[in-house]
Design a protein around this ligand. Structure first.
Ligand SMILES: [Zn+2]
Length: 482
């Protein structure tokens, strides 16, 4: 596939260090609160990327961290620890908060058909590894102790601004958030690897280390977790675009300083979900969660469909109206799939291969999921039998994960149940227990009752076309396959 690489600012042919295998890393959530649907947009797009690579035949090893310590309110190492903030807010222990919101995150992912990565590693479970890498960085002259903390020395690098579309403006992040400069830093972009002295007194989780009792910085956890479970060469690193600086920049700095060679080849950044008033965040406006969507009657997969309709490198504007439009289109699509016949027959393998080829090319062009959706409509319009259509749709859904056939089956059952209720005035149908056929037989009986004989005949012909013979009996109808 071709993928835009934010480290080189180019769309490149995707390659891996070991042929056929993808080492993939995803920055996981900081589990101090529910994820908002803007965060989940990134996880949806990363999920499609992983599934597309598997669909292309790659063996993928996907690793994700869970940040349960060390992520301060500002990404520039200042402010209060987010976990501690969550614990205070809810009057619970940090570990209780971490457990609760980790579970909540994976519940949301399940509702959105996001697969759980192969390895999920909470930061607090790997402290010894962080200490080992930080020690090595000090030994190699890439880190220094100042004021009780260990800092990474960015002046030791040939190149720090690897994502050079981030200008000086971004570097002022700490200042912008009203946080004073850390006087211990030798260079303004140096960052903390290990804290023993932070700006707040009551950090809940602390560990012994060669530099005193303290806790790791946020950036070091992703490098260590990836190097441990993905190995020394990472093929693909994913995250939201707001993680590019300083988080990913710092990950590269410390990983390459530690390894002594280039670390990650491709960087995949998903852009923001915006509201009409700007970037979505937990602190601003309505706190939009998957549960809130459900409370308002939306299928979480309609939100997934909404995300897939637009490109991951473009900001996406969320509004209830936009979501309504997506939900309407999603329901219509399911309806059309539900209307496909389910007779046995042969899949037209040649036509199916052509449709799949097109899907691979379209989606393989920088993960163009909107074109992936268009491919679904192309299948429905294709001059092939319904068996082929269903098989190809099921195949594409391995990547898109919209539960297309499952939702269509559920819709058919619901409609059949409703049809039976509607004909509840004693009309009975005997047949093979196929709700779709039952519904047609009932429709025919109702057409006859309304003296709409043309429609009744048309349905009889349609049933005949599907290999069904229907016979009227007193108070009902019997049907059988011929
Ligand atoms: Zn990370």
């Amino acid at each position: 596939m071709y993928l835009y690489n934010s480290a080189t600012h180019k769309k490149e042919e995707f390659r891996t260090h070991t042929p056929g295998r993808v080492e993939m890393y995803t920055c996981g959530p900081t589990v101090y609160h529910f994820a908002h649907i803007g965060n989940l947009r990134s996880y949806i797009m990363e999920d499609v990327l992983e599934k597309f690579l598997r669909y292309e035949g790659y063996d993928v090893n996907r690793v994700m961290n869970i940040t349960d310590v060390g992520h301060l309110a500002s990404d520039a190492d200042t402010g209060e620890d987010k976990m501690l903030k969550g614990a205070k807010r809810e009057n619970k222990s940090v570990m209780d908060i971490a457990r609760f919101y980790t579970d909540a995150f994976f519940d949301d992912c399940a509702k959105l058909n996001i697969k759980t990565p192969d390895v999920v590693q909470p930061a607090t479970g790997l402290i010894g590894e962080f200490i080992r890498v930080v020690s090595a960085l000090i030994d190699r002259g890439y880190a220094y102790l100042a004021g009780g903390n260990v800092y990474f020395d960015t002046s030791r690098l040939d190149r720090y601004y690897v994502f050079n579309d981030h200008d000086e403006e971004d570097l002022a992040v700490g200042v912008r958030e009203g946080v004073e400069e850390d006087e211990n830093k030798r260079n303004k972009n140096d960052f903390v690897l290990w804290f023993t002295k932070s700006k707040f007194e009551d950090q809940a989780l602390k560990w012994d280390s060669p530099w005193g009792v303290g806790y790791p910085g946020w950036h070091i956890e992703c490098s260590c977790i990836s190097m441990k479970f993905n190995g020394e060469y990472l093929d693909l690193h994913c995250g939201g675009v707001d993680n590019a600086f300083p988080h990913h920049t710092n990950e590269i700095a410390q990983s390459e300083a530690y390894l002594g060679h280039p670390w990650c080849a491709q960087w995949f950044h998903v852009h923001h979900l915006n509201t009409n008033s700007g970037k979505m965040s937990k602190s601003k406006g309505e706190f939009l969660t998957v549960s809130l969507l459900e409370e308002k009657g939306y299928d979480p997969l309609a939100y997934r469909f909404f995300c897939l309709q637009s490109h991951y490198r473009k900001g996406l504007v969320f509004s209830w109206e936009n979501l309504d439009n997506a939900a309407g289109a999603y329901n219509k699509l399911i309806k059309r799939i539900a209307a496909l016949t389910r007779l046995d027959g042969a899949v037209d393998e040649e036509a199916a291969a052509q449709l799949k080829e097109r899907f691979l090319t379209q989606v393989g062009n920088d993960l163009n999921t909107a074109q992936g959706i268009t491919c679904l409509y192309d299948v429905l319009k294709a001059p092939v039998n319904d068996v082929t259509k269903r098989a190809v749709l099921a195949s594409f859904d391995q990547v898109l994960s919209l539960s297309l056939l499952e939702k269509a089956a559920a819709l058919r059952e619901k409609e059949a149940a409703q049809a039976k209720t509607a004909g509840a005035d004693g009309f009975t149908i005997q047949g093979g227990g196929d709700p779709e056929i039952d519904a047609l037989v009932l429709q025919r009986a109702e057409a006859k009752k309304a003296k709409n004989f043309a429609e009744a005949d048309r349905i009889r012909e349609e049933l005949k076309g599907r290999g069904i013979e229907v016979t009227d009996v007193p108070g009902g109808a019997v049907w059988k396959r011929i």
